[in-house]
Design a protein. Structure first.
Lengths: 366, 273
């Protein structure tokens, strides 16, 4: 291509125009170099995978029961609901948003289901449909508030969290007279609901629950959405470069609202799985779940600043969490150490993510 | 190429892209007031003006990011209301944004097609056509002088010049009819500046209508057919290549407060002639 000299001294007044592009130069592939290693290291979630392996070996040596099928079943049982919420929150984090209300949506929607069944005598399935709609309504409110006001989603969903928490506790006490509602097993449709949300399978001495399949489904679905659809591209762009996204006409607002609907639906699924498993609901005034979903997503390699992360990583983060929790308990340590341990994990994950972010000059996969 | 410019200048078909009396306000402050502009096929219109003169707002209106409060935007003589840049791009109007509009953490091909990704399969299994996207990206990048680029690498791994090439290649790919170029303000080498000017010329030769927004009268004069001077959100001068040489243009642009007065006197002189 001929070089161009816009400031060449000879003819500043020239009416000659510079040439357009010359013929296409032949393609000369660049050397691969260390790209393979870099790609591997920069893949989000590789840290979580490494962590799972290290912890499994560590606790496996301390408490061999962890590696048995019984231990595995317990670990996966802890990980499944966390993973379902984790992958939904991971998508939201990639889009640069937060959701603190997912745990309370889980409790609130199962409370709605339980109240509809016990107080109004609805069948399980109609009640589940109504509570799903209620959960989606909360998600839509979160999303629309974030999009229209431009407020940080951390604060908006904190407000939603408080409103729903108070309303669930007071509502349960006012309507059912107790924070614990049971006796759903007699409702019409219970058998089929149990098959879909509560089935178990005995393998060896471990009882594996169907929540595992829901977790797997959620991970596969969100991974496909994130990497292989236009929606996923919009998610990445909304979080990583919102100005560029707007300039290119990426529907940032619609994407954000849809993601909040997604976390609300995930909350509903978690609540329903617990509801069917316990045959009732216990409204518990404890903050914690919603933080854990975010912790899991961050351990899985999501950047809090948005634009980067993976749902497979978040699922591995949930597994890591579960291995640590079950490992601590099987190794006969005081389970109260777990939270301190989780904090350490989070810190390590944040530091690793920082390193990865600096290495991003040679990113992952496409 | 000059014949094409002549034909369209002697008013055969309607301009590809036209603004009529467009006003844009941010709050109560008008960023553009009553601006009219016509972009014809095979013609380069350069927009010059100081910071805050409304250049970027004009780019935002033409590319569908900003809706005018008053006035209308016409495509091929038909009034259009772009509700998003996606619609403008679908009409064949592509933009090189001043900040290049590149998501650093996304791969090159994802950046290239962001907001207009090719897909295959039927809903709900509609998915990105990654192979085709990568192939088109590689070819388009080679066309603007960056051959052999791995389209799967992150945009943050590109050199500054390559990033700019990406923005230009993307605009040339999607701009079937009109190209809006807001000259990047990031520090550029001569070669990078040349690339911007080359893209202007290439688009003109391909018969596109080109709007080139720049700070530099020298750059404008190298490639422009017409020169639109903006000041305080108004058109302070609308000149052709025959009206001014690069020295006049430099003086006009550097004139600052005198800009509108000079523009007026120049137009008066033009009428006298």
């Amino acid at each position: 291509m001929p070089p161009l000299h816009p400031f060449s001294a000879e003819s500043p007044v020239s009416t000659e125009r510079p040439a357009g592009f010359g013929p296409v130069a032949p393609v000369a592939p660049r050397s691969a170099g260390r790209r393979v290693l870099d790609r591997l290291l920069a893949r989000p979630g590789i840290g979580a995978l490494f962590g799972v392996l290290v912890l499994a070996v560590f606790f496996g040596l301390q408490a061999p029961g962890l590696i048995s099928s019984g231990g595995l079943a317990t670990v996966l049982d802890i990980a499944a609901p966390l993973g379902i919420g984790g992958v939904a929150v991971a998508l939201l984090l990639v889009a640069g948003q937060f959701d603190l209300s997912i745990g309370v949506v889980a409790v609130g929607s199962s409370l709605v289901t339980a109240l509809l069944v016990t107080q109004l005598g609805l069948g399980i399935w109609p009640a589940l449909l109504v509570s799903l709609l209620a959960a989606l309504l909360v998600g839509a409110a979160n999303g629309l508030l974030v999009v229209t006001t431009g407020l940080p989603s951390f604060l908006v969903t904190l407000a939603t969290f408080l409103v729903l928490q108070g309303a669930s506790l007071a509502g349960a006490a006012a309507i059912a007279g107790s924070s614990r509602i049971t006796g759903l097993a007699d409702a019409p449709g219970w058998e089929s609901a149990l098959a879909v949300f509560g089935a178990t399978a005995q393998l060896g001495d471990g009882r594996f629950r169907i929540s595992l399949l829901w977790w797997l489904l959620a991970t596969v679905l969100t991974t496909w959405l994130l990497w292989r659809t236009r929606f996923g591209n919009a998610v990445f762009a909304s979080g990583g470069a919102s100005r560029a996204a707007r300039e290119l006409g990426v529907p940032v607002a619609r994407t954000t609202v849809l993601l909040f609907l997604g976390t609300a639906a995930a909350g509903w699924l978690i609540g329903t799985l617990t509801l069917v498993r316990l045959g009732g609901v216990q409204v518990d005034p404890a903050l914690g779940d919603e933080i854990e979903f975010i912790v899991v997503a961050v351990i899985g390699g999501c950047l809090l600043t948005g634009g980067y992360g993976s749902t497979v990583g978040a699922a591995l983060g949930a597994l890591l969490y579960a291995v640590a929790r079950e490992g601590l308990s099987l190794a006969d340590w005081d389970p109260r150490w777990f939270q301190a341990f989780l904090g350490m994990l989070l810190l390590v994950a944040l530091l690793v993510n920082g390193v990865v972010r600096r290495r991003l000059r040679s990113v992952p996969r496409s | 190429m000059s014949t094409a410019a002549h034909l369209s200048a002697h008013g055969s078909p309607a301009p590809v892209l036209e603004l009529r009396g467009v006003t844009v306000r941010f709050g109560s402050v008008p960023a553009l007031s009553g601006v009219s502009l016509a972009l014809r096929a095979g013609e380069v219109v350069c927009v010059l003006g100081e910071n805050g003169s409304g250049k970027s707002t004009m780019v935002a209106v033409l590319s569908g990011l900003q809706q005018p409060a008053e006035g209308e935007l016409l495509v091929d003589g038909r009034p259009e209301r772009f509700r998003s840049p996606q619609q403008a791009r679908a009409c064949g109007i592509a933009t090189v944004w001043q900040d290049l509009a590149i998501a650093p953490l996304m791969s090159v091909w994802r950046n290239f097609f962001l907001g207009a990704e090719p897909t295959r399969g039927l809903w709900p299994f509609r998915r990105l056509d990654v192979g085709r996207a990568e192939e088109i990206t590689t070819r388009a990048m080679a066309r603007v002088g960056v051959p052999g680029l791995d389209p799967g690498q992150a945009a943050s791994a590109l050199k500054a010049g390559e990033r700019q090439s990406l923005a230009i290649a993307r605009a040339l790919h999607f701009g079937a009819r009109a190209l809006v170029i807001d000259e990047p303000t990031a520090p550029m080498t001569v070669a990078q500046r040349a690339l911007v000017l080359q893209s202007v010329v290439a688009a003109r030769e391909a018969g596109l209508a080109v709007l080139f927004v720049t700070h530099s009268p020298q750059h404008a004069h190298l490639v422009g057919d017409r020169f639109l001077l903006l000041g305080g959100g108004r058109v302070a001068g609308d000149l052709t290549r025959e009206d001014v040489d690069v020295h006049d243009l430099t003086r006009l642009v550097a004139g600052g407060d005198e800009l509108s007065r000079l523009g007026d006197s120049l137009r008066a002189a033009q009428r006298d002639r």
